[in-house]
Ligand binder design. Structure first.
Ligand code: PMP
Length: 310
């Protein structure tokens, strides 16, 4: 039965509890080492988006990290829907949730003779939190300013960027550098070869002469919104390729946009010093894709943000 309470409810190791009761011990390996992974979908009008794709990606992350959570994808899907249902009464008019599945390898055993790999089994949390529409609304009006920091994205040979792990330090270092240059900017890192890669929570696309390009899947987290845009762009008749994109391509592009679960698709106005196209956003291709995305999810994506502008 749905508990009616003013505190959000989260799933925590087999139980549905008020968020404040999710207390992770400090010897948890995700806290100690970032040893875990997560995934994150969002709702549209309260309904979670592409849950199957997110859960499938999450199980690929778990498989890569060799963590067995003892739940089937079907069970985790049911838990995800249950968390959303238990919090539905807290969702305000026009608001939506981020919904996350989070797993740590477990709590580290310490002490003489203890095997540090022997843990108490994985910690599993499923939670939801409100999307930050107001804070991000100006991006739909003005476009996002992207800064490319000097720090490179972790190469696939070190730790696959296709896995959504609990260790975001590589991209946090990029963000810190970008924010130092422009506090409102979003960082998009280069890969080990100097091609554009991705940001802390977003994939990047460029448009030149009506042709859309995005970095190859091998170097990035293959975003579910990235995949959605790829599908919609092809349905709309655009040519779309996954390829290496360098800064020359980006500076001379007609349009650039980012995709992410929260944003879906949001135009970029500048990359470093370079104004993209005529600087007006969204450009014609981004506009068409935003409309296609909005039609697909049954909600005007940009309007949901722009309504929050003062
Ligand atoms: N890259 C990274 C590193 C991310 O964390 C995210 C956010 N999950 C994305 C790309 C975009 O993925 P999605 O569209 O699934 O949110």
């Amino acid at each position: 039965m749905t508990q009616r309470t003013n505190q959000r409810i989260a799933y925590y190791n087999g139980k549905y509890v008020p968020e404040g009761e999710v207390r992770i011990p400090y010897r948890d390996r995700s806290f100690l080492y970032g040893d875990g992974c997560f995934d994150m979908t969002r709702t549209f009008a309260g309904k979670p988006f592409r849950v199957k794709e997110h859960i499938d990606r999450f199980y690929r992350s778990l498989a890569y990290l060799q963590i067995d959570i003892g739940l089937t994808p079907g069970q985790l899907t049911d838990i995800t829907h249950e968390v959303v249902a238990r919090n539905a009464h807290l969702l305000g008019e026009g608001e939506d949730w981020w919904v996350g599945q989070r797993v740590s390898r477990g709590i580290k055993s310490v002490g003489e003779g203890m095997d540090p790999w022997e843990d108490m089994g994985p910690t599993v949390v499923v939670d939801c939190m409100p999307l930050p529409f107001k804070a991000r609304a100006p991006h739909y009006r003005d476009g996002i300013r992207v800064v490319v920091p000097s720090v490179r994205r972790t190469p696939p040979g070190s730790l696959s960027p296709r896995v959504k792990t609990h260790n975001y330090l590589n991209m946090i270092m990029g963000d810190l550098e970008a924010r130092d240059r422009d506090p409102e900017s979003w960082a998009v890192l280069l890969d080990e070869n100097g091609n554009l890669c991705e940001g802390i929570g977003s994939n990047i696309f460029i448009v030149k002469d009506g042709r859309i390009s995005t970095p190859q899947g091998r170097y990035v987290l293959e975003g579910i919104s990235r995949q959605t845009v790829i599908e919609l762009a092809r349905q709309e008749g655009f040519e779309l390729v996954e390829r290496d994109i360098d800064l020359y391509d980006a500076y001379t592009a007609d349009e650039v946009f980012l995709t992410s679960t929260s944003l879906c698709l949001c135009p970029v106005s500048k990359i470093n010093h370079a104004t993209i196209g005529d600087g007006k956003v969204p450009g014609p291709v981004a506009s068409r894709l935003l409309k296609a995305y909005s039609d697909y999810v049954g909600l005007d994506i940009a309007a949901q943000y722009l309504k929050r502008l003062d």
